[in-house]
Design a protein around this ligand. Sequence first.
Ligand code: DX5
Ligand code: ZN
Length: 222
Amino acid sequence: MYKIAPSLLEADYNCLGEQLKKLKESGADYIHLDVMDGSFVPNLSFGMKMIQSIRSSSDLVFDVHMMVDEPIRFTEKMKLAGADVLTVHYEACKDVKTTLTKIKSLGMKAGIAIKPGTSLEVLDGQLLHLADVIQLMTVEPGLEGQSFIPESVERIAELKRKMKIYGQEKPIEVDGGISAWNIRSVVSAGANIIVSGKAVFEGDMKVNIRELRRQAEYAGKE
Ligand code: DX5
Ligand code: ZN
């Protein structure tokens, strides 16, 4: 099974509460929240205050993607703000295992994200065991609306094989450039949580989410 996680980065910030309600009515499973610090990635987005403010507008899972150096600094505050899943970048942590352990001790699910250029080799058995979800970036982190990197499909399949060997079959989340055109290939390769920004928010989100699901269904039949 797979989940659809619209990235709020592409939402209309003038009426976020309404957009969150509409996302739920439209069949979204998670809300993906991209936090950027202008250092780990060359862009800024939003932080705890914003997440806390919109928490009351949605009971969907808040899946927070930290594109932030040393995210361990913000783990308690993100818990208080209402994060359910906190995903940190392997490349941004001095001690990624301690960071994941801390996230879990606070009662959140811990995710580990890796950039397209980072080898899957960095995910050793202990890390796969610690993480509740593995997020593969399918674009360079930092900007919405980029083109999907086609080599990502093989990476998903490779990660899936690797997790099987280690006996650690965790959900695979994919993030960046996913639309109704390519969702089938990522789901077929083994992705379970599908982040989508532009392809959800451009036009009618209900129609868009329905189409994403319709295409993903084909993958299940392949
Ligand atoms: C990229 C972000 C993504 C992005 C997804 O840095 O992590 O979540 O906003 O948006 P689309 O689907 O438009 O690439
Ligand atoms: Zn993201």
